[in-house]
Structures are given as C-alpha cells and as structure tokens.
Design a protein. Structure first.
Length: 190
C-alpha cells in the first residue's frame, strides 16, 4: 500500500487468449473483504518468446514485496532456498506453456540450472499476513541476490527471473503472496 497512491495491484494473465473482461473499464475491485476504486490501469504485454529470448545473465536482485512461503510435502516452508524460488517460476512457466511449446524448460536443463544457482546474499525478515478466514500465514519479505556459477545455466536463469515479475514467488500468489520484482545489475563477480 502506497500512502500517496493507495493500493497498487499488479496482475498477470498467463494465457495466450485475451482477458475475459476489459481491464481498462474496471471501476472497482474487491480484494478479500475490501473494495477499492480503480483510478488507473497500466497495461503491458510480454510474450513467452521475448522472455525466453532475453539476455543471459549471471546475477539478479529480487525484492519480495509481499510474504513468500513455499509448500512442500504438505508443510509450509519459510526458507529462502534458491531451488524453491526458481522452482516456483519453472513450474508456472511450464504450466502456462503446455507440453508442446519449444520454450518449455525440460528436466535436464532444469537440473543443470538449479545446480548452478546460488543464494549470494539476502536481507529478509519474517512477517505474518492474513491468509484467509482469520488465519495468519508467515512468509519472508525483503531482498535476495541470486548468482549463476556455470555458463550453461545463464540463459535459463535469465528467462526464469524475467518471468518472476509475472508469476510471483512461492505459494498462494493468486492471493497476493509472493509479489516479486527483479533487477539485473551489471554482471560481475562481486
């Protein structure tokens, strides 16, 4: 929530078909028990092809703007594990593309990529947020730097991190958890 602008809501539509409504005609939106007036709609389009064909990179700085958590084996995990972070992007990427897409990230490429990515730095804190029905859910917010240690993983790493803005990170992204922005600093070893 921005005190000057109100609530800033970023939504992604991960399908190759048009939205089922005209986003620029929305007057109000309901988020949980709250209703808000829509004052501005900004619209950008990005294709999976352009995300996949972007530059290879060795480093990315992620900012988690709403709580991030993961679910694994029926349990919630609040750990900034690079495999879980990237895995959430890969899963949504492949789900949105379908089986026949040339842009899918197949298992062999994924294994190489996840082995080559390390959590380089982080500044995180744990917060609680209403997860619905009055139940608080813990997650982390803050900043993480991920780095690639092998040349063969740079392209896939870049693709997944460009996609992070649209997919969000972790569990319950459709409920507003895991809002993520990414910046790509000049590649270096530092």
């Amino acid at each position: 929530m921005d005190p000057e602008r109100g609530v800033i809501l970023r939504c992604s539509w991960l399908r190759d078909i048009p939205l089922p409504f005209a986003a620029d005609t929305l007057a109000r939106v309901r988020l949980g028990p709250h209703s808000f007036s829509v004052t501005t709609v900004e619209w950008t389009e990005e294709t999976f092809a352009s995300l996949a064909k972007g530059p290879a990179t060795t480093r990315a700085d992620l900012t988690f703007r709403s709580p991030v958590f993961f679910t694994a084996n029926g349990r919630r995990t609040v750990t900034p594990d690079q495999r879980l972070i990237l895995g959430s992007y890969r899963r949504r990427w492949n789900e949105a593309l379908g089986e026949e897409s040339p842009y899918r990230i197949e298992d062999d490429v994924w294994i190489t990529t996840q082995r080559a990515v390390e959590l380089h730095a982080f500044d995180l804190r744990t917060v609680k947020r209403d997860g619905g029905h009055g139940h608080d859910v813990s997650g982390f917010v803050g900043n993480v730097t991920l780095r690639v240690t092998a040349d063969e993983a740079k392209e896939t790493f870049g693709t997944l991190l460009r996609f992070a803005l649209y997919s969000g990170t972790g569990a319950r992204t459709t409920y507003g958890f895991g809002a993520t922005t990414v910046t790509f600093p000049r590649d270096h070893d530092g």
